[in-house]
Design a protein around this ligand. Structure first.
Ligand code: GRF
Length: 222
């Protein structure tokens, strides 16, 4: 059924918020049939919060140190997220692992962008590890979030060639530049109701994907 209102998107971010900015721009241009209705962070100083406030969007940070456990922090954070009544949640540079109690309630409606070609290089410092491993191809993935770190079903990927002389910063910058169109194109499909998760299998228009969607150079899916 066609939606009468834009999909309500809550974003979790811990850092600069360039992926958040890509989502804001994608919604503003109409590329995404959605609206960012709240930005939430574990770091009060995250620049992502300033970007949200600059766009007139609810921006909230909770300090993990103020809570007795990870689950208590997650519960408080998601109670605040619930106040903006999102349809989906996008982790855009959110650096804390979310526990099962909150993740299970958002199965198929929470996405994460990760700077590697999953399942390779789960976790942190992916660019250093890609170079150390002599990988010729690197990139980014958008996946549904599960309680397994960077382990959820992968929806889409963008590949980046690794140059022999690449520094960590140069490689990171090239990957980040592909993350933005990858995240926008993937969230656009989710908001259009075209990407769904059925029994842990990612489906496009109801058909199971045999492999993740691949973002082409023109920022469309090949
Ligand atoms: C991105 O590389 C993302 O893949 C990773 O953290 C970085 C966040 O960058 N999870 P930004 O805050 O969106 O600029």
């Amino acid at each position: 059924m066609a939606r009468s209102t834009a999909v309500r998107i809550a974003v979790l971010a811990s850092g600069q918020g360039s992926n958040l900015q890509a989502l804001l721009d994608g919604c503003a241009s109409g590329r995404i049939d959605g609206a960012v209705v709240g930005v939430f962070s574990d770091r009060p100083q995250a620049k992502a919060l300033a970007r949200a406030r600059g766009a007139g969007i609810v921006a909230t940070a909770l300090a993990p140190a103020a809570f007795a456990s990870r689950d208590a922090f997650d519960a408080a954070l998601f109670a605040r997220i619930a106040t903006v009544a999102p349809d989906i949640v996008v982790c855009a540079g959110y650096l804390r692992l979310l526990g099962s109690p909150v993740v299970d309630g958002w199965r198929g409606r929470m996405l994460n962008i990760h700077p590697s070609l999953l399942p390779a290089l789960k976790g942190l410092r992916t660019h250093v590890r890609a170079l150390a491993a002599g990988m010729s191809t690197h990139g980014a993935s958008v996946h549904f979030v599960t309680a397994d770190l960077d382990g959820g079903p992968v929806i889409a990927q963008a590949r980046v060639d690794v140059a022999p002389a690449d520094s960590v910063d140069a490689l990171a910058a090239r990957v980040l530049a592909r993350e933005h169109p990858l995240l926008v194109a993937t969230v656009a499909l989710v908001c259009a109701g075209r990407i769904t998760l059925r029994e842990e299998v990612v489906c496009l228009d109801g058909h199971p994907l045999r492999r993740p969607l691949q973002l082409a150079a023109n920022d469309a899916f090949a």
